[in-house]
Design a binder for this molecule. Sequence first.
Ligand code: DWN
Ligand code: SAH
Length: 405
Amino acid sequence: MKTCLICGNPIDPFISFGKMPIANGFIRKEEFAREYFFEMKVAHCSQCNMVQLIDQPEREQMFNENYAFFSGTSKFMGQHFKEFADEIKSNIANKKDPFVVEIGSNDGIMLRNFKNDGIRHLGIEPSKNVALVAQKDGINTITEFFDKELARKIVEKEGHADAFIAANVMCHIPYFHSIIEGIDILLNEDGIIVFEEPYLGSVLEKTTYDQIYDEHVFLFSLHSISYAFEKHGFVLFDAVQQETHGGSMRYYLCRKNTREISDNVLALTKHEKEIGIEREQTYLNFRDHCEQAKVKLMGIIESVRAQGKRIVGYAATSKSTTIINYCGITDQHLDYICDTTPIKQGKFSPGAHIPVKPHDEFQKNYPDYALLFGYNHEKEIMGKEQKFGENGGKWIVYVPEITIK
Ligand code: DWN
Ligand code: SAH
């Protein structure tokens, strides 16, 4: 029997997505026979409400010197993180020589905004290839996994931090209590913790089950975040919904009794109860919705292919690994997937082995349909691909509803 990573309660999966590869494990032909798979099962803990994977690959299998996701590939996300950084800057403006620590800092998309203003900062990024981009740009970055031992070393060297920030990484780390203990060691008495991650409420509401893949060991809610942090003397004092990554939540935490609790916390916690995040039935319904979404998407793909039309996947996102492998999409359905990331190009998609090609390929010879795996970048992508539509091309979009446009 598995137990909850947060509270130790026994947990049972409510869904299995079947065999899944490493979501960012883009692969060469000669490596096909050695590809790693695990059964991707998800559980909801009835005690602390954390939604979590039952099994996850080792962290080094996912985050290493060949990590395929570079945050800087989206211009819109660059602007989003500039605004995030501005908010943190105004929060620490009264400090004499503020110090900001970010984990999962990737290519420095967020920290460059602190570096440019001469603010003391440190990025902690274990994937060496993406960290190198930041280091080359003069952004202070160490290539380590964050945990409480590392927190001690940082304090010895640099002193305490005024802000601990993160985006799309807290939900990647199964040893969550060690992370919070590390934050406790690292943070000043009146410091703030701000991080944003895909939101359970949005996943349930929009059936964006593709937010579930090997890296995302948790799907957070205000309920589960409060539970985990309160064990360590922290309190959630604000939470703000974000549109990024198909629906995220930005959480604000501090030590108990150091800040006022905003009305948002109460309102959103109440909303979570209303949508049933505490009820088992909600997850059984979600399982049915995933199954229905799969049948619908495959119905459209198969009927388009039956008319002899060409389909190309647009953006080889991590999320697409779940969609492709759960729905059974193959190279018989998609000619290839186009993506702007050089390290993915010329390789094959994880599991289904659909070729990944540079974006020029798409523009050189438009297909009839493009399946938008990067729906979270819809505005940015459709903005630059207007010619595709003008040439008669159509998009298949599956979030929040399956639509052809
Ligand atoms: O949580 C995570 C988020 C932050 O990023 C990580 N675990 C991994 C990753 O998830 P993802 O791969 O689903 O992220 P995106 O941002 O939805 O996908 C980016 C991919 O899309 C890249 O491979 C680049 C590609 N892309 C493209 O080809 N053309 C993106 C844009 C904006 C484009 O115009
Ligand atoms: N913050 C960026 C990158 C998110 S991808 C953004 O939102 O775009 C997740 C990143 O977290 C990867 O670059 C990965 O290498 C890093 N990561 C994974 N485990 C980590 C850990 N224990 N400590 C610090 N970073 C970690």
